[in-house]
Design a protein around this ligand. Structure first.
Ligand code: DCP
Ligand code: MG
Ligand code: MN
Length: 338
């Protein structure tokens, strides 16, 4: 978490937000999805407040804040800390787990194994573990990748990529998505969608290849990184980019998208993930299915609600029309920081 989506600075509840975010991150680490989600929702609610929330009784009246969270908010304001978080910080291995989960290419399984082996530092990993090439870069560039990227710098990366892409093919359409499109002041990475009217899959893969080769030759792309297992369908490229030697390496993701799916892809990759979840739920309540490729109807499901047929595509090209068909007012990206 710890996402600064533009509304946090100078928020009167800044300190409460920080502590609740950290608590939510802890629950995400120990895979307590439900608690981690509750904390994120409470943080989102607090971000929207213009007044400082001092008491549990006030907090309870706000959306998505129940009794227990309200008490915690009061505890934070009164004591400038949260006992539950202090316990979490003291848990053996939690600091190491947090550190290792921040290594690109290390999933929960690896991170837990490393903790179980008694490793506590990044140097332990370099000295004692057989790392994949991507994990090694993840360790060596940990300090770089851990830094948020100022919006202005994301824009520069985007401009450079767009310019290089249009030199390859002037008909390409590129868009920076993710937290940048939501208006965030700083981003965790740079997410770029690439599409082109009437272009087939083969052509687009060629484009991705030509573009990454060109940007590497320019010295802008520093390395490619492995796509997490099960997610490599040839449509993505993950790696690192750098604007100039004194700046950190940044995480950058490219995604090629078929023209007919560009609206659904834009919706999905603009996020945030919580907003996506609520859109998918809404779609499913209305008898549709929404994913990064489109909005579908007549999906036939079995007894356990498992999908039997894909259904018919209703809309994929136009983000706004997906909202319309679902019967909800359009939400501009800056309103999707749930
Ligand atoms: N996404 C999702 N579910 C996931 C991962 C991603 O719905 N488990 C979608 C929503 C995200 C978008 O993809 O907004 C981009 O993913 P990022 O991880 O790059 O997240 P953001 O760009 O939103 O934030 P950050 O600033 O950390 O990059
Ligand atoms: Mg991103
Ligand atoms: Mn990304």
């Amino acid at each position: 978490m710890n996402k600064n989506d533009g509304t946090t600075k100078n928020n009167p509840n800044q300190r409460t937000i920080e502590i609740l975010s950290e608590m939510g991150d802890y629950y995400a680490r120990v895979r307590d999805e439900w608690r981690s989600m509750s904390y994120r929702k409470a943080v989102a609610t607090l971000r929207k407040q213009t007044k400082k929330i001092w008491f549990a009784s006030e907090a309870r009246k706000l959306p998505n804040i129940g009794e227990r969270l309200a008490d915690k908010i009061e505890e934070i304001v009164q004591t400038d800390s949260l006992r539950r978080l202090e316990y979490a910080r003291d848990e053996p291995g939690d600091a190491a787990l947090k550190l290792f989960l921040g290594v690109y290419g290390a999933g929960l399984k690896h991170a837990q194994q490393w903790v179980a082996k008694g490793h506590t530092t990044l140097q332990d990993l370099l000295d004692k573990e057989k790392l994949s090439a991507s994990q090694r870069i993840g360790v060596e560039r940990h300090a770089d990748f851990a830094q948020r990227i100022p919006r202005e710098e994301v824009r520069h990366h985007g401009e450079l990529v767009i310019k290089a892409a249009l030199e390859i093919d002037g008909e390409l359409k590129l868009e920076i998505m993710g937290s940048y499109r939501r208006g965030a002041k700083d981003c965790g990475d740079i997410d770029v969608m690439i599409t082109k009217e009437d272009a087939g899959n083969r052509e687009m893969r060629g484009v991705l290849d030509t573009l990454t080769t060109k940007l590497t030759a320019m010295g802008f792309l520093k390395c490619g990184l492995a796509i997490p297992r099960g997610h490599d369908d040839g449509s993505k490229w993950h790696g690192a980019s750098q604007l100039s030697p004194e700046l950190p390496w940044r995480r950058i993701d490219f995604l090629i998208v078929p023209w007919a799916e560009r609206g659904a892809a834009l919706l999905y990759f603009t996020g945030n993930d919580i907003f996506n979840r609520s859109m998918r739920l809404l779609a499913s309540k209305k008898g549709y299915r929404l994913n990064q490729r489109g909005l579908y109807k007549d999906v036939i499901r079995g007894p356990q609600r498992q999908k039997i047929t894909e259904g018919t595509l209703v809309e994929g090209e136009d983000e706004k029309r997906i909202f319309k068909i679902l019967g909800v007012p359009y939400r501009p990206p800056s309103d999707r920081n749930c």
